[in-house]
Design a protein around this ligand. Structure first.
Ligand SMILES: Nc1nc2c(ncn2[C@@H]2O[C@H](COP(=O)(O)OP(=O)(O)OP(=O)(O)O)[C@@H](O)[C@H]2O)c(=O)[nH]1
Ligand SMILES: [Zn+2]
Length: 352
């Protein structure tokens, strides 16, 4: 048994899959940036690359290491770069389906024990979206927890009603509540985070994931701040995404996770903002964006106080987000290119 790795999440499950036991070192992937990997073992973080041979033999995207994976690596901390030549079996995975794209789901994280599905009890709460997350998480083999955030913004009855709604829907995953402002619920959450187990936080943009992760990892980031960077400045920085909290639990925080739930959120949008979408039918223009158009029924409702400004803002934010992510990659890239061209020509004009 690789006991020295248990604090990084190694368990009997992985040990049993080692057949035959490799004669190389084992390490866990803390971040991936194209062909560069940031690995962690009992000695700390170090950089590595995928063996050319590996890429050749395993062209499938699912076979590429992702954060949370265990890998066999040659060389290591003392060498400039370790060389990864094998990927160990995954116990669990978090995958995202790419909207409007029939290709395989994309890996977000591997070997997480538990995914905490985060929804804000203020405007964001939506049972259907929650159910979709639960399916994604349990499909990948991880244990789901539900976390309702921003409890400081709603009355206790509202929160109770939401929890009742979750229970009435037959969902029996544990439900936690939290306010990052008053810190109510933080201790309960921290007690739940077991040393050596790996956690991810997933949920729509704006529900408070970053705020929470900052609260949890402040110390972890400070401890490792120096090492996660470039070391000697010759290589590009790879931001570390797998962190060990002071209490010993491991947290994966990667950008993919932030976008994880957004895809397909459009239908959930109507359910949670029914009042707004119903009013939209009375706007003067069919394609009204509800931002500054004359004859906008929603802006009028805000003006008279029938709809809160904050509610409209969060609706617009969520809508923009889902529209953005539903656009195909190609479209997005073209937009970036066009913007690049625009910048170039704008700069030229400035120089004249
Ligand atoms: N009142 C209140 N506001 C909060 C709480 N947690 C976060 N916020 C605020 O909500 C906003 C969004 O929080 P973030 O932590 O950035 O949300 P996120 O889920 O990480 O969003 P993305 O980074 O876009 O994925 C910020 O303005 C936070 O200050 C909370 O418990 N109570
Ligand atoms: Zn409008």
């Amino acid at each position: 048994m690789h006991a020295e790795l248990t604090s990084l999440g190694w368990t009997d499950w992985f040990e049993d899959k080692l057949d035959p036991a490799p004669d190389t070192r084992l390490a866990r992937v803390a971040a991936v940036d194209r062909d560069q990997l940031l690995l962690l073992d009992e000695t700390g973080p170090f950089r590595a690359r995928l063996a050319g041979r590996y890429l050749h033999r395993h062209p499938h995207p699912d076979a590429q290491p992702c954060v949370g994976d265990w890998v066999c690596v040659e060389g290591g901390p003392d060498d400039d770069f370790g060389i990864v030549h094998a990927l160990l079996a995954r116990r669990t995975a978090l995958r995202r389906k790419v909207a409007g794209n029939s290709s395989e789901p994309q890996m977000i994280a591997a070997n997480l024990d538990c995914a905490v599905i985060v929804q804000s009890c203020h405007f964001d709460f939506n049972l259907r979206r929650l159910e979709r997350y639960l399916v994604m998480v349990t499909d990948g083999g991880a244990e789901p927890y539900i976390l309702l955030t921003k409890t400081d913004l709603v009355a206790p009855e509202v929160l109770e009603a939401q929890i009742a709604e979750i229970r009435d829907a037959g969902i029996n995953a544990p439900v936690l509540t939290l306010s990052s402002v008053t810190r109510e619920g933080l201790e309960t959450l921290e007690l739940l985070l077991t040393p050596g187990r790996t956690y991810c936080f997933v949920g729509s943009s704006g529900v408070g994931k970053s705020t929470l992760i900052n609260l949890l990892t402040d110390q972890a980031r400070q401890e490792t701040g120096g090492v996660s960077g470039t070391g000697e400045g010759r290589h590009t920085t790879v931001r570390r995404e797998l962190m060990r909290l002071a209490g010993g639990a491991l947290v994966i925080d990667n950008p993919g996770m932030r976008e994880f739930g957004v895809i397909g959120a459009e239908d959930g949008l109507d359910a949670s903002y029914g009042e707004i979408t119903a009013l939209a039918q009375h706007c003067r223009y069919r394609d009204c964006t509800h931002t500054d158009e004359p004859g906008c029924a929603i802006l009028q409702a805000v003006e008279v106080g029938a709809i809160g400004r904050a509610q409209l803002d969060s609706y617009l934010k969520l809508r923009e987000e889902s529209a953005f992510h539903q656009r195909s990659h190609a479209e997005r890239r073209k937009k970036d290119r066009d913007f690049g061209k625009y910048l170039k020509s704008a700069k030229k004009q400035l120089r004249r």
